[in-house]
Write a protein that binds this ligand. Structure first.
Ligand code: GAP
Length: 469
């Protein structure tokens, strides 16, 4: 229902992102490179706010989590051990007529409304043959059977591709946390239970990327591998489930747009004994789709790396005087999907009057102040030197004292400047007018309800700090 009401919002977000500098299509002057996107000035701030807040919340503020910043390129055997070389596949079908490619499970879900994720190529092929589906592109009933397609991007180290070493761009940040687990235990005095957190790029050769920044070839993840005693996996799983809910509240995602879905057995990844997805209700035609995941990876990864590398990865538990391979619970968060959901959730249109009193639509991004690119804007009412002096002084104070981004804008009609700030999600505008020179106060305008109040200049930094958290 909600998805239906919000149909069309995705297109509006794509347009607004381009118009205001949140996200641009990649390599646009060369005709673009499909499914690559670049964050513009405001998008870069939004994304940075998300990552900083996540790092502060889950790494710096928690005594039981430490950070890691690992290489994208890892030894190729990492991906043999992790199971990605054999298992990280998507089932694809080709059209014999127009040569288009599709993900078999997505095709079945979209056309036949049947859950198909995790089904084997044989099972998918049987469903496709029975339904005799037409190609979504050309309409001919000439789809092949489903076959597996590995999603890792490969490249070569060394000047000559034939003799160089074939390596992969990591498809998840997680593996570095397993591979460096022994070094972290040896050097950072962590004791079980503890986590290693990381934010970084991951790459996947997706067959059906799309929906703006939802499914890309190159994206960012924020992941934690949380190491626990083998018997404590279930408790840690529940704790992380509520920590993830807390995160969604912190960044201001609407609770009625979120649901938690348990993976059925056949849908589980090769490493997982239990997985839940945090799904978000995207506007139609997308509907409910994965935003984040939480998995119990058991001791699968450490056991595999121990076997393939020959290194002893067991943990010596001094308190219990026993040695074992820890189990791992993994909360994983997509950075780009977070940004997308924040933009979609924040987007609103309001029927109102323009500066000339004519009916108008006000576009407003109701971003939580914690993630908004600009926390506030300082606006002299007119471009006059006496107003600029006071306004500049306030701007410098906020800039220095707040440690967050504030905008300064003195050109154009004040109503239009408010509208611009509404559209980019700036929660508060401080307007310096001629009265400010006498009463040493400014007008504070609230983005969400457009209310205005007077506030002493001296009180502005504390007032703002209190509201942006
Ligand atoms: N280490 C576990 C792991 O990588 P995943 O569910 O495959 O699990 C984790 O990915 C998160 O990464 C997803 O929940 C999603 O937010 C994000 N993600 C995955 N593939 C993506 C893609 N192609 N484009 C953008 N984000 C993606």
């Amino acid at each position: 229902m909600i998805a239906k009401q919000r149909a069309g919002t995705m297109d509006k977000i794509v347009a607004l992102s381009k118009r205001r500098g949140f996200v641009y299509p990649g390599s646009e002057i060369y005709g673009g490179l499909a499914n690559t996107w670049d964050y513009g000035p405001l998008g870069a701030e939004l994304k940075r706010n998300v990552k900083n807040l996540w790092w502060r919340t889950f790494v710096q503020k928690r005594r039981d989590v430490v950070g890691l910043d690992a290489s994208i390129l890892m030894h190729p055997r990492v991906w043999e051990a992790s199971g990605h070389v054999v298992n990280f596949n998507d089932p694809l079908v080709d059209c014999r007529t127009c040569k288009s490619r599709f993900r078999a499970d997505h095709l079945i879900e979209e056309r036949l409304h049947r859950q198909a994720e995790g089904a084997s190529p044989d099972e998918l092929s049987a469903i496709l043959r029975e339904a005799n589906l037409p190609c979504p592109n050309c309409g001919n009933r000439t789809l092949t059977d489903a076959r597996q397609f590995n999603m890792m991007f490969a490249t070569t180290i060394g000047p000559i591709s034939e003799t160089g070493t074939r390596v992969y761009l990591r498809p998840e940040t997680a593996q570095a946390m397993f591979v460096q687990y022994k070094n972290v235990v040896a050097t950072s005095r962590v004791k079980l239970p503890f986590g290693i957190g990381q934010i970084g790029k991951a790459f996947r050769n997706e067959i059906t990327p799309g929906n703006f920044i939802f499914r890309q070839l190159e994206f960012e993840q924020m992941e934690i591998e949380y190491f626990v005693k083998p018997e404590d996996g279930a408790t840690a799983f529940d704790d992380w489930l509520s920590a993830m809910r807390g995160w969604l509240r912190l960044i201001g995602v609407r609770e009625d747009h979120i649901r938690v879905r348990e993976h059925a057995g056949e849908e589980l990844s090769h490493y997982s004994s239990r997985t839940v997805d945090f799904e978000y209700e995207f506007p139609e035609p997308m509907g409910w789709k994965e935003l984040y995941g939480l998995a119990n990876r058991t001791d699968f990864d450490l056991r595999q790396h121990q076997e393939v590398s020959g290194e002893d990865l067991t943990y010596f538990d001094q308190a219990e005087n026993r040695r074992y391979l820890p189990h791992v619970v993994e909360p994983t968060f997509g950075v780009d999907r977070t940004c997308l959901v924040l933009l979609l959730d924040a987007y609103d249109e309001e029927e109102t009057l323009d500066v000339n009193g004519k009916p108008d639509t006000r576009v407003v991004l109701r971003l939580h102040p914690r993630v908004a690119p600009y926390k506030a804007a300082v606006l002299p009412l007119m471009k006059k030197p006496e107003l600029a002096e006071t306004a500049r002084r306030l701007f410098s104070r906020l800039d220095e004292e707040l440690g967050a981004l504030v905008d300064y804008d003195e050109t154009g009609n004040i109503g239009k400047r408010y509208r611009r700030q509404d559209e980019i999600g700036t929660p508060f505008c401080f307007t310096v007018d001629f009265d400010s020179l006498q009463d040493h106060a400014v007008t504070v305008r609230d983005r969400d309800d457009m209310s205005q109040q007077r506030l002493a200049l001296a009180d502005v930094p504390d007032w703002l700090r209190e509201r942006i958290g």
